[in-house]
Design a protein around this ligand. Sequence first.
Ligand SMILES: O=C(O)CCC(=O)C(=O)O
Ligand SMILES: [Fe+2]
Length: 363
Amino acid sequence: MSSNGTFTENEEAPTYAPSIPVPNVQELVREDPSQVPQRYVRDMEDRPKDTDMSHLSSLIPLIDFSLLLLGNKEELNKLDLACQDWGFFQVVNHGVAKEVLQKMKDVAAEFFELPLEEKNKNAMPSDDIQGYGHIYVISEEQILDWSDALMLAVHPSHYRKLKFWPKSPTGLQEIIEEYSNAIRKFGTELLESFSLIMGMEKEALLGLHKQLIQAYRVNYYPPCSKPDQVLGVSPHSDSSTITILMQDDDVCGLQIKHDDDWVPVNTIPDALVVKVGDVIEMWSNGKYKSIEHRAVVNDERARISYASFLYPHDEVEIEPLIDPKTEQLIYKKVKYGDYLRNSMKTKMEGKAHTHVAKVETLA
Ligand SMILES: O=C(O)CCC(=O)C(=O)O
Ligand SMILES: [Fe+2]
């Protein structure tokens, strides 16, 4: 940030604690589809269980965004309840064109089919968290996730490191740009509705970000011969304000924690998934919950998910937007950049990383 308090184009892209390099899972499966190395096998209590909670899936809130845009009171009320009870919802009529969604899926799928040496032209180096690789690996002993990912800083554009943006397949860079712009527009409009349900002016939350930062992670989950012993992504909540996720049309895998049950999220063609992130939980002093989620895998088909993270500038100080005279503070003031870096240094373990922001007596 410059001395007069504005963010400049020349500001350097932020850096983050790196992650320990680990094997490429897709390649492990290609070499021998039956192998599941010990490093991926979960302790009994962490494994996906058979107990089927799919009867709860149909209760996951579904928001019609065209109604929110019209300021429809009932839909705003639905959003408020969705954030309180679930911290999670699916959205239809979000305004992102079907063709853009489809092209993003088609071209990303082509990328993951490329030979490893081609994908590794954008490999994540040991001192960065951008590129093709894995993040959140902080120790050699840690049990690993059954997935690979392409991780990119997207917005503002001077945060980008183009060496990590794949040149192949043709059109991937362009569709990431187009998709991300459309998602940022949707996300910005959605934040207006969040401002309203939090009792503020429409523009308030966007303004509090100082600058809306956007990162993008495309997750690739190869099939696994022992899907009941591994996890695609460990349980965690996102450190973002909100995360907007696109899922494959017909391969499920995302599960959310609701009242201590893991509830599978159905895929709804052309819908987008919204996860309430830690920043909304902190700003709302815990009224809205950042959703704990994980991904499971299956033994037949690979799954790809497309996660866009929207979050504040590093310099923003986050604190509950409530009157401490009328409500007990659960969260204290934290600098977002410190919070984010701390969460990246912590292995994903439910919501453990949120404790640093809690008022001590409650932590
Ligand atoms: O694959 C999914 O559905 C979840 C991915 C996820 O949680 C993430 O990228 O943060
Ligand atoms: Fe996540």
